[in-house]
Design a protein around this ligand. Structure first.
Ligand SMILES: Cc1cc2nc3c(=O)[nH]c(=O)nc-3n(C[C@H](O)[C@H](O)[C@H](O)COP(=O)(O)O)c2cc1C
Length: 319
């Protein structure tokens, strides 16, 4: 494992627990960091700037206490939507700077002054990309690494096969790549490294954890679901995203109609374009890996063991 950042030697495995709207929180993040895995949450998961500041304080205090007790936690990360459509961007960015958030996971636009402001306080910025063109723009703007969001990822996803996406990104830049989409175990992490990524993201795998904000029924769906239950649509909010199909049906959405609906046009049971639904759930193709609700620490330990076993197995396989 070679993670080309100063914090690299703090990681037990090359993994970031991905930021997930209304799922991630400080408790999850702290547990991951204390296990040597980068934890994260989106700034926009908090209702207000004040709550975001409380989350930052809670995270920093807990990690500082762990450090004082002799631990070497991984750094934490915050997801910031750096796009003009995000009305909270300026205020949230000010807090990111005030608290010197070590890793900022940026998504949507790629304004260069944002990256500069993050670099000025000593932070690093990893930017979400779904194509080589996105990667080029992010590198020009000053991103330190590219999160290659491939097809099959939970939430807003890419649509390109991970091999093809990583290969095309490597044609345009030699910046570090973090692979996202469908990874669920230690062997997948090693596979991502073999493809040329330096780290990977796991989102879906961490939804059904004791610390997450996901309600019980959502966790139960994760345990029940298989990859064939995941439905890709850009019709619900304008960008391609993977949804747990039974939750769409439960909300009265006609999947046949959704399949032929234009991006951003929300479909209701009576075919009208209406409000955003509550109770529809997102998950990626890796949904089938979830078998129970577990503490984040136990899941991280399992991944650490799997990664070590995968390395050993591969060594043996290669003779
Ligand atoms: C429920 C859910 C919510 C998400 N919310 C966000 C978000 O707020 N910001 C973001 O950058 N990515 C978000 N994502 C995407 C993840 O950060 C990550 O790219 C994805 O989970 C990786 O794919 P995987 O789920 O197959 O591991 C979300 C994903 C899920 C499943």
């Amino acid at each position: 494992m070679t993670v080309p950042f100063e914090f690299g030697d703090r990681l037990t495995i090359p993994l970031i627990v991905a930021p997930m709207f209304l799922v991630s929180n400080p408790v999850m993040t702290i547990a991951a960091c204390r296990a040597g895995v980068i934890g994260s949450y989106p700034a926009h998961s908090t209702r207000t700037r004040e709550v975001f500041e409380e989350w930052l304080i809670e995270t920093q205090d807990a990690l500082a206490a762990a450090e004082a007790a002799g631990e070497r936690p991984a750094p934490y990360a915050v997801n910031l939507v750096v796009h003009s459509s995000n009305t909270r961007m300026e205020g949230d960015l000010a807090l990111v700077i005030k608290y010197k958030v070590p890793i900022v996971l940026t998504s949507k636009g790629a304004p260069d002054d944002v990256f500069k402001m993050i670099h000025d306080y000593g932070g690093v910025a990893f930017h979400d990309v779904a194509s080589a063109r996105h990667a080029e723009k992010a590198v020009e703007a000053g991103a330190d690494a590219l999160i290659a969001v491939a097809g099959g990822a939970g939430g807003h996803c890419g649509t390109i096969n991970p091999f093809a996406l990583v290969n095309e990104i490597k044609q345009v830049t030699d910046k570090p790549i973090i692979l996202a989409g469908g990874l669920t175990n230690g062997q997948d992490l090693l596979a991502a490294e073999a493809m040329g990524a330096c780290m990977a993201y796991m989102g879906t795998r961490f939804i059904a954890t004791e610390e997450s904000l996901a309600p019980e029924a959502y966790c139960a769906a994760l345990i029940e679901g298989k990859a064939t239950d995941i439905f890709l649509s850009a019709a619900l909010d304008g960008a391609p995203a993977n949804w747990y199909a039974p939750s769409l049906v439960q909300a009265g959405i006609d999947l046949d109609e959704l399949a032929v609906t234009r991006p951003g046009k929300i479909v209701t049971s009576d075919g009208q374009s209406k409000q955003r639904y509550k109770g529809i759930w997102s998950a990626g193709h890796g949904i089938g890996a979830t078998q129970s609700v577990v503490p984040v620490k136990a899941l991280c330990e399992q991944l650490i063991d799997e990664y070590a076993a995968a390395r050993q197995g591969l060594r043996k396989q290669l003779g």
